[in-house]
Design a protein around this ligand. Structure first.
Ligand SMILES: Nc1ncnc2c1ncn2[C@@H]1O[C@H](COP(=O)(O)OP(=O)(O)OP(=O)(O)O)[C@@H](O)[C@H]1O
Length: 731
C-alpha cells in the first residue's frame, strides 16, 4: 500500500519536470537510454572489426573494404556518441536549473506557510532541498539506463552464443560448444565455406540453447553470491555512533583546540596546556581504536573467504568455456572469440549486478520522491485554518484597526507545553501551568520572574507564535483559534493579530545581503511593498521613515559613522569558496578572506538596529500590541534607558508588555506587573501593591535594590523590601 502511494509520485515528478521543458526532458531521457545501449553497441562494433581481421588473416585473404567499413562504423559511432554527449551536456544544466528553481520556490512557500508550533513537528518538518527532486529524477533515469544495459548486454550475449558463423559476420561462440568452430577446425581453409554442415548446426541447436543458458546462469551467479557475501552497508539504513567515553573526551578536547568558536575562551582562560594534556591522556586510555567510517569498519571485519569464492566465481564462465572446449574440441580457440566472450561476460555480469543493486536504490529513490512531495504539501495547520477565517475577520469588530485602543488580553487557565515536550504529560514539563489573568486594553504591563519561570513562553503565546496546550487566550474578548459555529468564520485570525503585534526580543537577526536601510525597513513589510510600487517619492518617504526609526532605536549615530552609512551590507551572502581548505598565505588568501567577509558590529549596535526595525513597525497605525522581551542585554545603561523611554512615549493606543530582569525604570509606570514563578502565575498588581504584599515581586525587587545599597547599611532582604516599599525608590 505504502509502496503504491510512493509510486503515484513518480508520474507527478516526471510530469512536473517534463512541463519545465518538454524538449529538454526528451533529450535527457534519450541520453540515459542511449547510455544503456552504448557499451554493448561499441563492443559489438569492435567485435565486427576483430572478427573480419581474424577471418582475413586465417584465410590469407583479408576483405579490405569490409574491414574499412567496419572500422568507419565504429569511428562514426564513437564520434556520434561524443557529439551527443557534448550536446546533452549543454542542455541538461538548463533543465536542472529550471527544476532547482521550481522546487526551490515551492519549498520556500511550504516553509513560509509554517508557524512556530508546527515547524518542529515530525509530520510538518521540511527536510527536502531544492535539488532533491532533480536528483530523484536522475535516479529514475538511471533506471532506464540499467534496463537498456541489461537488454543490450543479454542481446549481445545471445547474439554471440546463438548466431551461426554461416552469416559470415562474426564468429559464433555456439560453435565452440557444439563443434562448429570452423576457424579452429581448419585454420588454413575458408572459414565461411567451412561453417559446418546443416546437420551439425541442427544437432547443435538444442545443445547451444542449453549452453547459452548455462553461460547466462554463470554470469548471474557472481552478482547474486557477491551480494550474499558482501560485508557492506551500502544498502542498509543504519545509525552509527561512538559511546567510548575516552574517545568522546579526546574528541571534545580536540574540538576545543581547533574551533574558532572556543578560541577566545581558551586563550583568555589559559586552557591550552590543560587541553593538550587531557587530550593526550584520553588518547592513551583509548588505545588503538579505529574510528573509520562505519562501512570501512564493517568491511575490515570480513574474512578472505568471500573474496576467494568471488574470485573463482568470477572465472566460472571462462572455466566452463575452457572445459567445453576441451571436452568437445581438441583444438584451440579463436582469440577474437575468446576476447569477445570475456568482455561480453564481463559487461553482462556487471549489468546484472547493477540490476540487483537497482532494486534497493529504486526503493530508496521512491522514498526520496515521496519525501519531496510530502514536504511540498506540508501545510501549516494554523495557516490553513486562518484562510477560512479571513472573510470573517473583515466583519469582525476585533480586527478594526482604526480603534485607538490597545488590545485587551485575557488568559483563562492556560497551560503550555513546547512541541518537543508534548509527549511528556507530567506537570513539570509544562512551561506554563494553569495561568489566568486579564490585561486591560492600552495598559503597560511588566512581566517579571526568575530564569525559566515562563516569561518568554508567555510572550510566545501573546504573540501567537504558539498556541496554548490547554485553556484559552482572548484578544479583545475573542479567541482567534475558536470558530464561530454559525458562520464557520473566525473574528480575529492569528494573522490579523500578528499584523497588529510588534515583538522586540534580543534574538533579532540581521538579514544577509540586506543593507542597513533594508534591515530596518523590513520591520514594516507592507509599507516597504507600498513604497516599492510607488516610485521615487515613495522611496524618499521610506528613507525618511527608516531614519526616524533609527533615531528612535538609538542607532542613527553609529550608522552615520559607518563607511557606507545606511547602504552598508553587514552580513553578505556567502558564495565564495576556495579549492583548497588552507590557502597558503599570499594575495589569493588575502582576497579570499576579504571576499564577503562579515562586517564587525557590536552586540549593542546589533540590538539598536533590531530596536530601529521595531520602531519602523511601531509607526504603522496597525500596531495595537507591543511585546518587548529582554531586548537590551547588550546595551549600555543609557541606551537601555532611552530605548524604554522611546517605547513608552509611543504607547498611545497600544497595549505594551515588557519582559525584563532590570525592571527598575519600568515598573513605576506599569499599570500591571505580572509575576511568574516556575511556570505559574503567582501575583499581579502595581508596584506599590506588590511591594506592600511582600511576595515574590518584592523579593526580586529587593535583590536588585541591594546592588545599589551601601554595604555599610545593608540589611536583610525583607527589611530592604519594606524600606523600598515605603519610599518606592528606583533601584
Ligand atoms: N523551545 C523550547 N522547547 C522546550 N522547552 C523550552 C523551550 N524554551 C523554553 N523551554 C522551557 O520552558 C521553561 C520556561 O522557559 P522560558 O524561556 O519561558 O523562561 P524565561 O522566564 O523566559 O527564562 P529567562 O529569564 O531565562 O529568559 C523552561 O523550563 C525552559 O527550559
Amino acid at each position: 500500500m505504502k509502496f503504491q502511494l510512493e509510486r503515484t509520485h513518480i508520474p507527478r515528478l516526471v510530469t512536473d519536470v517534463y512541463l519545465l521543458g518538454p524538449g529538454l526532458f526528451w533529450i535527457l531521457a534519450l541520453n540515459y537510454s542511449l547510455t544503456g545501449f552504448e557499451g554493448a553497441m561499441l563492443l559489438w562494433l569492435n567485435n565486427r572489426v576483430m572478427t573480419l581481421i581474424e577471418t582475413g588473416i586465417a584465410s590469407s585473404n583479408p576483405d579490405g573494404p569490409a574491414i574499412l567499413r567496419a572500422v568507419l562504423y565504429r569511428i562514426a559511432a564513437v564520434a556520434a556518441i561524443a557529439v551527443w554527449r557534448w550536446f546533452s551536456s549543454r542542455t541538461q544544466p538548463i533543465l536542472k536549473g529550471r527544476a532547482k528553481l521550481y522546487f526551490q520556490e515551492r519549498l520556500m512557500n511550504a516553509h513560509l506557510s509554517q508557524d512556530m508550533s508546527h515547524y518542529r513537528e515530525a509530520s510538518s518538518s521540511i527536510d527536502a532541498s531544492p535539488m532533491n527532486g532533480w536528483y530523484a529524477l536522475l535516479n529514475l533515469m538511471s533506471s532506464l539506463d540499467v534496463i537498456f544495459s541489461t537488454v543490450s548486454s543479454l542481446m549481445l550475449l545471445a547474439n554471440l552464443v546463438l548466431k551461426p558463423t554461416a552469416s559470415g559476420d562474426s564468429v559464433s561462440l555456439l560453435s565452440v560448444f557444439t563443434g562448429t568452430d570452423t576457424l579452429m577446425k581448419n585454420s588454413t581453409g575458408n572459414a565461411t565455406t567451412d561453417a559446418g554442415s546443416s546437420g551439425e548446426l541442427a544437432s547443435g541447436g538444442a545443445a547451444s540453447m542449453a549452453n547459452s543458458l548455462i553461460v547466462i546462469a554463470l554470469c548471474v551467479t557472481w552478482p547474486l553470491v557477491s551480494r550474499m557475501l558482501r560485508h557492506e552497508l551500502d544498502d542498509t539504513t543504519y545509525i552509527a555512533h561512538v559511546n567510548n567515553k575516552h574517545y568522546l573526551r579526546a574528541e571534545s578536547f580536540h574540538g576545543l583546540a581547533i574551533s574558532s568558536s572556543y578560541k577566545r575562551e581558551v586563550i583568555s582562560g589559559t586552557m591550552s596546556e590543560y587541553i593538550r594534556r587531557e587530550h593526550e591522556k584520553a588518547r592513551a586510555l583509548l588505545g588503538p581504536f579505529s574510528d573509520d567510517y562505519p562501512f570501512e569498519a564493517v568491511r575490515q571485519q570480513s574474512n578472505p573467504f568471500g573474496a576467494i569464492v568471488l574470485g573463482v566465481l568470477d572465472d566460472l564462465p571462462l572455466i566452463y568455456y575452457a572445459i567445453s572446449a576441451v571436452v568437445y574440441r581438441q583444438s584451440g580457440l579463436s582469440l577474437s572469440s575468446l576476447a569477445m566472450l570475456h568482455e561480453t561476460l564481463g559487461i553482462t555480469r556487471n549489468t546484472l549486478e547493477r540490476v540487483l543493486m537497482e532494486r534497493t536504490s529504486f526503493r530508496e529513490n521512491l522514498k526520496q520522491i515521496r519525501s519531496v512531495y510530502r514536504d511540498l504539501e506540508v501545510q501549516d495547520k494554523a495557516g490553513a485554518e486562518s484562510v477560512e477565517g479571513d472573510e470573517g475577520a473583515q466583519k469582525a469588530t476585533g480586527s478594526d484597526t482604526s480603534q485607538s485602543k490597545g488590545v485587551g488580553i485575557e488568559l483563562r487557565n492556560v497551560t503550555f507545553r513546547y512541541p518537543s515536550s508534548a509527549d511528556d504529560a507530567s506537570s513539570s514539563s509544562a512551561a506554563l501551568r494553569d495561568v489566568t489573568f486579564t490585561l486591560p486594553p492600552s495598559s503597560l504591563v511588566v512581566i517579571v520572574g526568575a530564569n525559566g519561570s515562563g516569561k518568554s513562553s508567555l510572550v510566545n503565546l501573546l504573540c501567537n507564535l504558539h498556541r496554548p496546550t490547554a485553556g484559552t487566550i482572548l484578544f479583545d474578548g475573542v479567541d482567534p483559534h475558536a470558530t464561530d459555529i454559525s458562520t464557520g468564520a473566525r473574528f480575529w485570525t492569528t494573522e490579523d493579530l500578528q499584523k497588529a503585534t510588534t515583538l522586540l526580543t534580543q534574538s533579532h537577526s540581521l538579514f544577509p545581503a540586506f543593507t542597513i536601510l533594508e534591515n530596518i525597513a523590513i520591520g514594516d513589510p507592507e509599507f516597504c511593498l507600498d513604497c516599492a510600487e510607488g516610485g521615487a517619492a515613495s522611496r524618499t518617504h521610506l528613507v525618511e521613515r527608516v531614519h526616524e526609526a533609527a533615531r528612535l532605536g538609538g542607532a542613527l549615530e553609529f550608522i552615520r559613522k559607518r563607511e557606507k552609512g545606511f547602504d552598508e551590507v553587514i552580513h553578505p551572502v556567502t558564495t565564495s569558496f576556495s579549492s583548497n581548505y588552507s590557502l597558503a598565505e599570499g594575495p589569493l588568501k588575502e582576497m579570499y578572506d576579504k571576499l564577503e567577509a562579515w562586517k564587525d558590529i557590536s552586540g549593542g549596535e546589533q540590538q539598536r538596529l533590531a530596536a530601529a526595525r521595531t520602531f519602523m513597525r511601531l509607526m504603522n497605525p496597525r500596531t495595537r500590541l507591543v511585546v518587548v522581551d529582554e531586548p537590551s542585554s547588550a546595551m549600555d545603561p543609557l541606551g537601555e534607558f532611552e530605548l524604554f523611554e522611546q517605547l513608552r512615549a509611543m504607547r498611545q493606543g497600544k497595549t505594551m508588555v515588557f519582559v525584563t530582569h532590570r525592571f527598575g525604570h519600568l515598573t513605576k509606570y506599569a499599570d500591571v506587573i505580572l509575576c511568574l514563578k516556575s511556570g505559574e502565575f503567582v501575583e499581579s498588581g502595581t508596584h506599590q501593591e506588590l511591594m506592600a504584599k511582600g511576595g515574590e515581586y518584592s523579593k526580586l525587587y529587593a535583590v536588585q535594590a541591594r546592588a545599589f545599597t551601601d554595604p555599610a547599611t545593608e540589611v536583610d532582604s525583607g527589611h530592604v523590601a519594606g524600606t523600598l516599599n515605603d519610599s518606592a525608590d528606583e533601584p
